[in-house]
Write a protein that binds this ligand. Sequence first.
Ligand code: SAM
Ligand code: SF4
Length: 337
Amino acid sequence: MVQPSLSSSTTHLVDRFGRQLTYLRVSLTDVCNLRCVYCMPEDMTFRPRHELMTDEEIITIVRLMAELGINKIRLTGGEPTVRPNLVEIVRQIAHIPGIRDIAMTTNALLLPQLAEPLARAGLKRVNISLDTLNPHKFKFITRWGDLDKVLAGIEAAEAAGLKPIKINAVVTRGFNEGDVVDLARLTLDRDWDIRFIEVMPFGSEADFAQSVVVSSQETRERIEAALGPMQPVAGHDPRDPAKPYRLAGARGTIGFISSVSEPFCEACNRLRLTADGKLRLCLLRDGEYDILTPLRAGESIEAIKQAILDAAYNKPWGHGLPDGVIPTSRLMNQIGG
Ligand code: SAM
Ligand code: SF4
């Protein structure tokens, strides 16, 4: 747990470097219907149900975070679509005063049945994880995924108006580094934003991740060698870690999330809430503040809010990967990506 050394004197989430924290990524579960090689082991054990926030606890915490200035929510996991009552959770979050935007990161497998009810409940957009267009490699990377189901999920998201569609592709050497060209080519005739992510090291999977990392620069060079030069797209939000580029004549954009080679900590406006109710201050650092325990112990909402303000005030400046500091307490599915 983070021991706040300095305290905040504001009523809004701002850290001691002056970064306004307005974006909360909420993990609804650590459970997933896939087992991507860079995310978790095949025999992953998940947390018992009673350790996870209930629906009511999620809504209470998001409401109090909105009172502290959070205006954007991203639902994630594990796989958020396997959480029971997801549509109702979205509906309730959408009604919380101050929440202007709700998005979700998903593997899309369950979107054919969920995209439309989610859009009706107030979900605005989805980021869909897809690392290759080759069905055999897709199965290999996800250990048992069916590419056709993901493609059907993307179609369902588009039909439900969950746009713009963003595709996240983690690039891993020996698995899909050459497949980035086919993914990038999709932007020529689809208005999708495809973002290539450098694989990050976590806990027991850290050695593997570090042995397969492919830099964004290498990915970019591979795409440009095959498809021609890309130009930067004007009007980019500096808080978005993926600076967008466009191939000549393309409808969609291509971005690179280079957490390892070019960290974007200066513009970080995020906090993360894990499915077991911990506020994680930086994706790549282990420091967390436990919200669920005091909530369950009946502490006053005002006291909890003050403790959150203090914890957020002490958000670390950036991650420690360049100094060899690797987060060990959780895997990606236990944080929320
Ligand atoms: N299950 C959902 C999905 O895959 O979209 C949401 C959770 S997943 C943990 C969130 C994002 O983290 C996905 O885009 C996934 O590809 C990415 N991810 C998982 N493990 C990663 C790692 N070690 N390094 C970089 N990105 C990772
Ligand atoms: Fe599941 Fe997402 Fe992790 Fe893949 S990256 S195993 S889909 S949580």
